[in-house]
Ligand binder design. Structure first.
Ligand code: FES
Length: 343
């Protein structure tokens, strides 16, 4: 076995990937801003098209890469060892939207507010202020003093002065307990930023479906606000799934946006409650009921694995192309990882 040459098409660079090294590790070591998140086959952020050659895929989550996607020639760069000379391109690299290289930066917590009984809004200011470059829908690895780093999506538009995160309290979760019980304005935060490939494709011309579960509303808020600010006039349908009324937040904010932008609709759906005011049942069932043809649409989905999985099943059955699905799976790090498949 010898090192293999891998052509990273979006940047037009060929790399030597050493024996036992993944394509993602080699690309990052070479300073290439290859989209990534978990680096462990769980999030799908490094999903790429294998244009030529052969790779061996290590274990990964079925949410990050489905069997159909594998059969269709997609791989996860963080799990792929090249067996021959290979050419790859990360998904979205041909759609003309900028992806910004990740970097480390330090910020200061400026605000903490309760959004619901278990979700806090945390605002962080950095030296770069409004010049921080990221794409709406991306996330950061955020660490606060003395607790493990966790991934949280930015809820604000790129270009805003600070970064806004929605952090849910996870039972037994060291980091989220710290945020809810001890974090205060003035505390330091370190960010690896920006990460993830589930960001707004601004050049897409067609309708947009957004499905958020719980604090998955954060990246969806960034995507919707950015799309509207850029004058996107195609229909944008946002479905927000939570358990009960006490889990809803920013409902007034989205209703006000929908009043100002006639192409936006916002539908909260409660899964565990009776309600005369809101729709009930699984949020993905509401999508299935309302939208019969998703051919030519883009879908942005953020939430727990079971919701993302159901959203994929339903939207693909409704004609959505796999390349038009951009999903952000929220894992709970303190909980056991989701089952893995043999890659
Ligand atoms: S970075 Fe490859 S699946 Fe998360």
């Amino acid at each position: 076995m010898t090192a293999k040459l891998v052509d990273i098409r979006p940047v037009g660079t060929s790399l030597e990937v050493q024996v036992g090294q993944t394509i993602l590790d080699a690309a990052l070591a070479a300073g290439i801003a290859y989209p990534h998140g978990c680096k462990s086959g769980r999030c799908g952020a490094c999903k790429s098209r294998l244009i030529g050659g052969e790779v061996e895929l290590f274990q990964h989550s079925p949410f990050a890469l489905t069997d159909e996607e594998k059969a269709d020639g997609l791989i996860l760069a963080c799990r792929a060892l090249p067996l021959t000379a290979t050419a790859v391109a990360w998904l979205g690299s041909d759609d003309g939207d900028a992806v910004h290289p990740p970097r480390r930066l330090v910020g200061i917590v400026t605000n903490l507010d309760d959004l619901t009984h278990d979700i806090k809004l945390v605002r962080i200011a950095t030296q770069d202020g409004p010049h921080l470059r990221f794409a709406a829908g991306q996330f950061a690895q955020v660490s606060f003093d003395g607790v493990p780093a966790r991934s949280y999506s930015m809820a604000n538009r790129p270009g805003d002065a600070g970064l806004e995160f929605h952090i849910r309290r996870v039972p037994g979760g060291v980091t989220s307990q710290h945020v809810h019980n001890r974090l205060k304005p003035g505390d330091k935060a370190t960010l690896e930023f920006p990460l993830g490939s589930s960001y707004l494709r601004q050049h897409h011309s067609g309708s947009i479906l957004c499905v958020a579960g719980g604090s998955g509303l954060a990246p969806i808020k960034a995507i919707v606000e950015t799309a509207l600010a850029h004058g996107i006039t195609h229909p944008i349908h946002v479905y927000f799934g939570v358990r009960g009324e006490r889990d809803l937040y920013l409902v007034e904010h989205f209703h006000a946006l929908a009043k100002r932008h006639r192409n936006l609709s916002f539908t909260p759906v409660l899964s565990d409650a009776q309600s005369t005011q809101y729709r009930t049942g699984f949020v993905t069932r509401a999508v299935e009921k309302d939208l019969s043809d998703l051919g030519g649409w883009k879908a942005y989905v953020a939430g727990p694995p079971s919701m993302v999985d159901a959203a994929m099943e339903i939207t693909f059955a409704r004609g959505l192309r796999q390349d038009d699905m951009h999903a952000d799976v929220f894992f709970t790090p303190e909980v056991q990882p989701v089952p893995v498949t043999d890659g």
